[in-house]
Design a protein around this ligand. Structure first.
Ligand SMILES: [Zn+2]
Length: 465
């Protein structure tokens, strides 16, 4: 019998709700009573005190509990599914937003000349400008922050097997669309010196400081430390053929990012790298002859590219820009004929404080001692006295030149071995390894009290003179 039918019967018999005649089987009263009791037990929990009550409740509860456990399990599974769904959903939204963010055209914020330059640069034949900048540079320019732009740049270089290292301010300049140099002798922003291969062993490359024109700082809010970093940043310059080719490769990767892999300028630079590789022996010979050769070649290449960028930045008609500007044949020819005369611009020559100091010292030496030829120290190494006698050092306002230099000044110097006690070493703090008084190039502890007193007396006498 169906439960519902049983219920109807029970209700009809026990409570008289339903006409008794609908019952199919009502044999006699006893049967009816038994049936009633059974139904009652089925539907009603036994009264308090009835021992069946506890059993019954326990049974009901255990059923409920097991059902609850199932429900809970189901709910938690549903919860997990929902959670996963939510995560997927939010991830999807995030990705969509990111993509929208990436696709968003932010190029409006750039000066039209920047976009013009990039469209011209993206030209594949150097005559017809592209309709829009390369996809790769757009991804950089469209980044909504400098940090994201730099990450984009790094990733793009990595795709080209370059682990880039940017000179201070470079990635920001590129993000801001500042590509060209402020002047011909200031190779910053996009230049073969500001983006280098990070994995290159730092000790093998020459490090030079580079001066950056202060006009570049206009509008920049920077701490004094940052300004100092900007003004005096160390750039790497290649010193070997291998480093030169590697740096050219990094520069080529940069051009490919700015103008797209198929752009005319990238094509030209690829050609140049090939010819330099073909001229390997000649390049090496000239590097051997003059250590500035490698940075000079790199500078000339950078300058050509910069001149070209400057030219195409200013024109709506790319076809009028002479292709000769972006031709490297004169450099190739000079290398091939061993005719390179490496002359680096001021910022390289004077950039290194140490080199500058050495140059100055060489000049002083030449002036103070006319018996020596000016190129006497061409091959000599500067050596420094790191542990000087305090009384002998020059104090603020005390001059070295003219007071302790020249033939006159040597009079009265204490004797030391076959020569004299070197004033350059003990007073000025440095000398050269080919000094005639090199025997006296000793640390403080090796100078006797007697010699020290004699030397101090000499110093006082010269200052009084
Ligand atoms: Zn000396």
């Amino acid at each position: 019998m169906e439960k519902s039918e049983q219920l109807v019967r029970w209700l009809s018999v026990f409570h008289g709700f339903v006409d008794v005649t609908i019952l199919k089987t009502v044999a006699d009263d006893e049967e009816a009573i038994t049936y009633r009791v059974q139904q009652h037990e089925n539907w009603i929990i036994p009264p308090v005190g009835d021992p069946r009550r506890v059993e019954r409740i326990e049974g009901e509860l255990s059923v409920l509990r097991s059902q609850a456990i199932q429900v809970n399990a189901t709910l938690s599974r549903i919860g997990e599914v929902l959670e996963t769904n939510n995560q997927l959903q939010s991830k999807k939204i995030e990705l969509t937003e990111e993509k929208m963010d990436r696709d968003k055209d932010r190029t409006d914020k750039y000066h039209p000349s920047v976009i013009r330059l990039l469209c011209n640069l993206a030209s594949y034949d150097g005559e017809t400008a592209a309709n829009e900048p390369s996809e790769s540079i757009l991804a950089v320019l469209n980044s909504d922050s400098h940090a994201k732009a730099e990450r984009e740049l790094v990733n793009q270089f990595r795709e080209k097997n370059v682990e880039p290292s940017f000179a201070v301010g470079t990635s920001k300049a590129l993000y801001e669309g500042k590509l060209t140099w402020p002047s011909d002798d200031n190779p910053i922003n996009f230049s073969p010196f500001t983006i280098t291969e990070a994995s290159v062993d730092d000790t093998s490359m020459n490090t030079r400081d580079i001066f950056i024109s202060t006009t570049e700082l206009n509008g920049e809010k920077m701490t004094p430390a940052q300004v100092e970093k900007w003004l005096k940043q160390a750039i790497k310059t290649p010193s070997t053929y291998h480093e030169l080719v590697e740096q050219l490769g990094v520069f080529k990767a940069g051009i490919e990012i700015l103008g797209g892999e198929t752009c005319y300028t990238a094509y030209k630079i690829k050609g140049l790298i090939k010819s330099i590789q073909g001229l390997k022996r000649k390049v090496e010979a000239q590097i051997k002859r003059n250590k500035d050769t490698a940075p000079y070649i790199l500078f000339q290449v950078g300058l050509r590219v910069n001149n070209y960028l400057t030219a195409i930045e200013r024109t709506e008609e790319l076809e009028v820009v002479p292709k000769s500007i972006i031709s490297f044949s004169s450099i190739e020819e000079k290398i091939s004929n061993l005719e390179l005369i490496p002359v680096l611009p001021y910022c390289f020559k004077n950039g290194s404080k140490r080199e500058k100091e050495e140059e100055k010292n060489e000049k002083e030496e030449a002036n103070s001692n006319k018996r020596r030829k000016t190129d006497k120290h061409g091959g000599a190494k500067v050596i420094r006295n790191e542990d000087r006698i305090e009384e002998l050092t020059l104090k603020d306002g005390e001059k070295w030149k003219g007071v302790f230099t020249g033939k006159e000044a040597r009079k009265g110097l204490p004797k030391w071995g076959k020569g004299k006690m070197c004033p350059k070493w003990h007073v000025n703090g440095h000398c050269f390894d080919d000094c005639p008084d090199a025997e006296s190039h000793v640390p403080k502890k090796d100078v006797s009290a007697e010699k020290k007193a004699e030397m101090v007396a000499w110093k006082v006498a010269k200052q009084a003179a």
